[in-house]
Design a protein around this ligand. Structure first.
Ligand code: A2P
Length: 268
């Protein structure tokens, strides 16, 4: 593994509730069984304090098992899970099932995984807010929502989601989208930071070589420079550690700018 400096993954952003969310989390999509337990254990061991799961991932039990086995105090770990859109109308039962599987009394963040049937569904959002008020989720938010849908939730309830988790990477960069979230006070959280990136892009490789880090580390650092929460997924012990070793270097504003936006090959 290449990397420089500290391995500290607990730099954080502050959500509307006042809670702190680590800017780097472990994604767990498609991680199952013992592989999922080991990935989360490894992440907690190297300093991650934020784990992202979902009812749809089928691994909440494994995430909970690793959290319990790790010995890291529960309150130090930020745990996100998500309501499948098909469970709209059964919010309470679904969250209770998630908490049972995770072995937790509350989650730090509960998201509507996708707009149910493509709609914003303020009624579903209201029920998330009710469950938050009961203390079962510290913060509530959405995933894969458009800004228009977020505004629809606010118009109906007067409450904005704490977070919108969407697919994000340099290739998918959209300055207007970022600003729209920022101006509303909605934290942008990006998923699939690596899968949607060409790690052999010459600009990226050059920046990485100059720093003595890997292209993947530059991509994750780019998110941090933008204050966008990143949740790279890995089940590989080396890459889990590599992805966290991004707090010992910085990118210059000109480098951040250079990476913003699609590469020429993807512009069409
Ligand atoms: P693996 O689990 O074998 O490490 P994303 O989070 O963007 O969806 O990307 C996940 C994919 O990227 C997984 O296939 C994962 O594989 C791989 N991956 C994770 N970390 C790195 C890394 N540092 N370098 C290259 N590939 C990585």
């Amino acid at each position: 593994m290449r990397g420089t400096g500290l391995l500290i993954a607990n730099e954080s952003v502050t959500l509307t509730s006042g809670a702190h969310m680590a800017v780097l989390g472990l994604g767990t999509w498609q991680a199952r069984g013992r592989i999922a337990v080991n990935a989360v254990l490894r992440a907690l061991d190297v300093g991650y304090r934020h784990i992202d799961t979902a009812t749809m991932y089928g691994n909440e039990e494994q995430v909970g098992q690793a959290v319990a086995e790790s010995g890291v105090p529960r309150e130090e770990i930020f745990v996100t899970t998500k309501l499948p859109p098909g469970r709209a109308g059964r919010e309470r039962a679904t969250l209770k099932e998630s908490l049972d599987a995770l072995g937790l009394d509350y989650v730090d963040l509960w998201l509507i995984h996708w707009p149910p049937s493509g709609g914003a569904r303020p009624d579903v959002w209201t029920r998330l807010l009710d469950l938050q008020a009961e203390g079962l989720a510290r913060d509530v938010g959405v995933s894969n929502y458009s800004v228009r849908q977020i505004d629809e939730l606010e118009r109906a309830t007067g409450r904005l989601p704490a977070v919108n988790q969407i697919e994000w990477s340099p290739a998918l960069f959209d300055g207007d989208m970022l600003e729209a979230h920022r101006s509303r006070g909605v934290q942008l959280e990006g998923y699939s930071p690596l899968k949607t990136t060409n790690l052999r892009d010459p600009r990226l490789v050059q920046i990485a070589e100059e720093r003595g880090v890997t292209p993947a580390q530059v991509i994750l650092r780019w998110h941090i420079e933008h204050r966008i929460v990143a949740i790279p997924k890995s089940t590989n012990a080396e890459r889990i550690a590599e992805n966290a070793a991004i707090f010992g270097f910085e990118l210059r504003p000109s480098e951040v700018e250079q990476l913003n936006g699609p590469t020429p090959a993807r512009r069409h």
